[in-house]
Design a protein around this ligand. Structure first.
Ligand code: FES
Length: 153
């Protein structure tokens, strides 16, 4: 395939890439930009491990073709902390044991931040519904909800 030029901002840094039209945003982030915090679980939109923010909206990056992100602002788990200071949601996940193996955690945290930002954290039931696209094999769900409730307050 012919490569297509692509300009986008990732974690406040401008990138110019040249990508084949079939490449997903997830593969661009992981394999071209070496931002491996974003995880590949199912690679077809069912697990949420690949969740990032695109212009502030949460997106499953495995379902987004990289070339459709021209000019967009992407935030990955690597972009949440402010220098050495973890994002409040990252701190809350640690405090409430919101993970066991940790594989789904970057996606969980990106969804958790979006959950509050988008106004869907008004009850535990609403949080669970919003977070239902992020699968955790270890079953840390109650602790994840605890973390979101704390940050919301
Ligand atoms: Fe994208 Fe599973 S890797 S939803």
């Amino acid at each position: 395939f012919e490569k297509i030029p692509l300009n986008l901002t990732v974690n406040n840094k401008a990138y110019t890439a040249s990508v084949e039209p079939r490449v997903t945003l997830l593969d661009l982030l992981r394999e071209e930009l070496h931002l491996t915090g974003t995880k590949k679980g199912c690679d077809h939109g069912q697990c949420g491990a690949c969740t990032v923010h695109v212009d502030g909206i949460r997106v499953n990056s495995c379902l987004s073709l990289a070339v459709t992100n021209e000019g967009k602002k992407i935030t990955t788990i690597e972009g949440l902390a402010e220098g050495d200071e973890l994002h409040p949601m990252q701190k809350a996940f640690i405090k409430h044991d919101g993970f066991q193996c940790g594989y789904c955690t970057p996606g969980q945290i990106m969804s958790a931040v979006a959950c509050i930002k988008e106004g869907h954290a008004n009850s535990r039931a609403e949080i669970r519904e919003y977070m239902s696209g992020n699968i955790c094999r270890c079953g840390a769900y109650p602790n994840i909800v605890d973390a979101i409730v704390e940050v919301k307050e």
